[in-house]
Design a protein around this ligand. Sequence first.
Ligand code: NAD
Ligand code: DAU
Length: 352
Amino acid sequence: MNATPEKTILVTGGAGFIGSNFCRYILEKYPAYRVVVLDALTYAGNLSTISDIQNHPNYNSRFVFYPGKIQDETVVSGIIKAENIDHIVNFAAESHNDRSILEPGSFIQTDVYGVFTLLDATKKYNLQRMVHISTDEVYGTIDEGQFTEKSPLEPNTPYSASKAGGEMQVRAHGITFNTPAVTTRCGNNFGPFQYPEKLIPFFVTRLIDNKKVPIYGSGQQVRDWVYVMDHCSGIDHVLHHGSIGEAYNIGSEGELTNMEITSRLLKHLGKPDTLIKYIPDPRGGAHDKRYSIDASKLTGLGWIHSYNFEQALEKTVQWYVDNQEWWREIVATEDYQVFVRRFYGKYLGEDL
Ligand code: NAD
Ligand code: DAU
């Protein structure tokens, strides 16, 4: 007979990039925890992303998957009751800026209304805590200095505005109903299982096939890169040690320009810089110039990041070289091909 688990965590969006890595992290670190995933399996969520967990001898008895949407109150309630959920960690989101430029409306349902549904369930079923995964993009762009948790929220894209809307629900439900929720804001993640539309996996998968990679504008925009397992350990720290009602930045001093990242990818793969193609910036005025995260509030609670950036990047590139079956299945889907044609067609032409 199994001992009662110490926690049963509902991980929403657990079949996506960061959510699936968080499931692995939790199941490995806490042998007495159970993880229940609710995921709508949108274009970005794939069962192939969690099949290693479902087949893992140490994890499979503590892991359950449910297909469904977070904004479906009946589904969320049913899972909470059936699985005795006591915590929620919400990763579920429409997460890509470029898609939010093509179809801004679709982001509101998940990133705003879905967050409300989870907050409402947290209150209704007296859950111990909900951790809402937000992003540094809610702050907008910063020329100098760093974002602290007290920086104003000035989102510039439909995606980041939808994330800010979700966060405002978290804040208001905490104040109005005492709902025990907390928010995290991390920078750009990289690592295994990232959907190949984001800069690093998009470029790596194209470079492996000797296809050109499109740099938006000058390529001098700065992102504050975080290895996904450091993001997961930061969320774990907030789950166990963060104060209800607070927001916490998660960062590891990983600022680089897009050109600097691209040069490293070319070097690791042994590819020439003639594969770079500069294109007019498709994000235009909404393209944030720089993100920079001050994570001292969380490090003050004892969290430290543990991965070396350069080694983690090299390891990540190698993961895409070694796991071509995973991403080739995705890039062959109609959704992926339609998106790439729609978004990049006019810029890449015959290099598409
Ligand atoms: P992703 O796009 O890879 O995964 C999102 C997952 O959510 C997918 O599995 C998808 O099927 C699922 N999903 C989408 N809509 C849903 C719905 N209505 N109901 C249930 N499931 C749904 O995203 P990611 O990069 O793993 O990001 C996860 C979270 O972290 C997001 O909230 C994102 O805003 C945030 N974040 C991402 C980054 C980053 O660099 N990727 C950085 C900071 C914060
Ligand atoms: O900062 C956190 C955010 O990071 C998360 O909230 C988002 O979910 C995540 O997608 C990411 O957003 P970005 O828009 O910064 O990531 P993306 O990988 O799409 O782009 C990174 C930078 O690279 C950005 O300046 C745009 C540029 N870029 C991107 C692509 C896909 C290019 O120059 N060419 C490209 O083809």
